[in-house]
Design a protein around this ligand. Structure first.
Ligand code: FAD
Length: 508
């Protein structure tokens, strides 16, 4: 017999190690390891999502006729030892994992198993479009790389939204059309949510009991915990919400945490939805005339381009990548990141959904939270730890490039050409948050000035040695350098005072 060991973010029936299993003789092993849940202080909803999804998946495997050995253990190693005693397994089949720490732990374990047991690693597709080696081959050398070149090649090679050798619509990206701000009175079709069943409720109780001191709320658990539920979420997104995805992709609105975003990342990253099927459905919606090209292309670019690209960067750059800190930022992450209790409306609106359900859409992650961390000089590692802990869709491979690379530019430009920093102007233009905020987005140094204004200039000033020669930042530096010295000093002084306020627990 052979053991087929499935890890918690590999819950996909189409994995080769499941499809090739002999139902008569092989055993599927799944270990719910307490030690893994304690690597970091994970959001209670994230733990519930993963454990409940694993348990549902195990039931589904049993229903399909597989023998499943599902173990709750203190550690993976304990789970394995118990399994080894119960079954006389001569072979263990594993699917490649992407996350570095887990990969190293598995490799160490594999070296220590008794000689008569052989360990086989198998394909991680369909969890990704590309295998580890394929994605690394597409990113030759040490970087920097370009996301748009990577994306164009993916579109061609996988023949997505193509007409012969050209992109449908005559251009590769409709990003320029996807930057419309939303009006306060706009309503977006509601996303589908899923009520916890008895199994999820049981997990919630256990999470409260065992991880009660972890952050986040369990009051409203909304996540699909089976492939069937995830498919319902996907179908509802494609039919009701994809048409508006493009136009308002970068917009933010008060009390609209989801807008027309897919909210599918947790289901894709855990294995319930294959990226290939998500792409196919979106592409078909365009061919059927159900969604416009700017929406479909915009959505497909995220999955075909960014998701695969970020994984490639992670595989190329780890383990050194986790320590990058090109700006030497070392301020502590403020405690209101765990409560959302801050006077800054944009921050409150971005943190509350994380505490409540472990989710933000991309622009809140990037242009509010990432921007705040960069402008206040928060430690990139504390910031990426927070992102890793608090989001239901977070795994190391996707968090580190997005946080350290895209949001913070802490890698010095491995994957993007300039930092995504902005003053209050961007948030004021793209959202209605500033309307109800006590801070004034037009003021720079006054008592009520939005902190993002002075801090933005202070950031550019402090890092001119690293960013001043960047061609994409020349214009902004020429504006800074035209300012009178006394204006510059006033902005520096305001920034110092804001940082002191934050250090004393202010801004909330
Ligand atoms: P949509 O906006 O509807 O996009 C569709 C899909 O495209 C997503 O479900 C996701 O699978 C994929 N996608 C989009 N952008 C990215 C990206 N940059 N990288 C990888 N996949 C992408 N994504 C995660 O899956 N997990 C994370 O922990 C995570 N952390 C992030 C942290 C920061 C600071 C930033 C800037 C981005 C992060 N992202 C992360 C990427 C992106 O913000 C989320 O994938 C997206 O917000 C998930 O919501 P959605 O399903 O509604 O996505």
């Amino acid at each position: 017999m052979s053991t087929r060991w499935i890890f918690g973010n590999q819950l996909c029936m189409d994995l080769p190690i499941i499809k090739e299993a002999d139902k008569e003789s092989d055993v599927i092993l799944m270990v719910e390891a307490k030690s893994r849940a304690l690597w970091q202080s994970y959001h209670k909803q994230k733990l519930t999502f993963i454990f409940s999804s694993m348990r549902h998946f195990a039931e589904e495997l049993k229903d399909k006729g597989y023998t499943v050995d599902y173990r709750k253990a203190d550690s993976f190693r304990d789970g394995w030892e118990e399994h080894k005693k119960a079954y006389d397994s001569r072979e263990v089949h594993l699917t490649h994992v992407t996350d570095d720490r887990m990969r190293r732990a598995i490799e160490k374990w594999a070296q220590e198993v008794p000689k008569e047991i052989t360990v086989h690693y198998e394909e991680e597709r369909p969890l990704f479009l590309l295998s580890k080696e394929e994605v690394k081959d597409r990113l030759p050398g040490d970087g920097p790389w370009q996301a748009d070149a990577f994306y164009r090649k993916m579109r061609k090679d996988f023949d997505i939204l193509m007409e012969d050798d050209s992109p449908i619509g005559g251009k590769w990206s409709f990003d320029q059309e996807n930057r419309k701000p939303a009006k306060s009175d706009m309503e977006f079709p509601k996303k589908r949510t899923f009520r916890p069943d008895e199994m999820t409720k049981q997990v919630m109780e256990e999470v409260e009991e065992n991880y009660g001191d972890h952050p986040g709320s369990l009051d409203s658990f909304i996540w699909p915990v089976t492939r069937q539920e995830a498919l319902k979420a996907l179908n509802q997104f494609i039919s009701d919400r994809l048409p508006l995805f493009g136009t308002y992709q970068d917009a933010m609105l008060t009390d609209e945490p989801f807008m027309s975003h897919a909210v599918l990342s947790s289901a894709i990253n855990i294995g319930f939805l294959k990226p290939s099927e998500v792409i196919e459905k979106a592409e078909q919606a365009y061919y059927d005339g159900e969604a416009p090209l700017n929406a479909v292309e915009g959505f497909i670019r995220q999955v075909v381009g960014w998701r695969e690209y970020m994984r490639g960067i992670y595989l190329k750059k780890m383990p050194a990548y986790k320590k990058v800190n090109v700006f030497d930022h070392d301020t502590d992450l403020p405690s209101f990141f765990y409560t959302g209790e801050t006077k800054m409306k944009c921050m409150e609106q971005s943190i509350k959904p994380v505490v409540d359900v472990g989710y933000n859409h991309h622009i809140q992650r990037l242009m509010v939270l990432g921007n705040f961390a960069n402008l206040f000089g928060i430690s990139p590692q504390q910031t990426s730890d927070w992102f890793n802990e608090m989001y239901v869709d977070a795994y190391d491979w996707v968090v580190l490039p997005n946080v350290l690379g895209m949001a913070l530019y802490a890698d010095g430009g491995v994957l993007s050409t300039k930092p995504y920093v902005s003053s209050a102007n961007y948030i004021n233009k793209m959202s209605d948050y500033c309307e109800e905020c006590p801070f004034n987005p037009k003021h720079k140094t006054e008592e009520d000035a939005c902190p993002f204004n002075a801090l933005y200039w202070d950031f550019l000033d402090r890092h001119e040695d690293k960013l001043g020669d960047n061609p994409r930042m020349k214009l902004i530096y020429s504006q800074w350098n035209k300012r009178k010295e006394e204006d510059k000093e006033a902005l520096r002084s305001k920034s110092r005072s804001l940082k002191q306020q934050l250090a004393k627990g202010g801004l909330h």
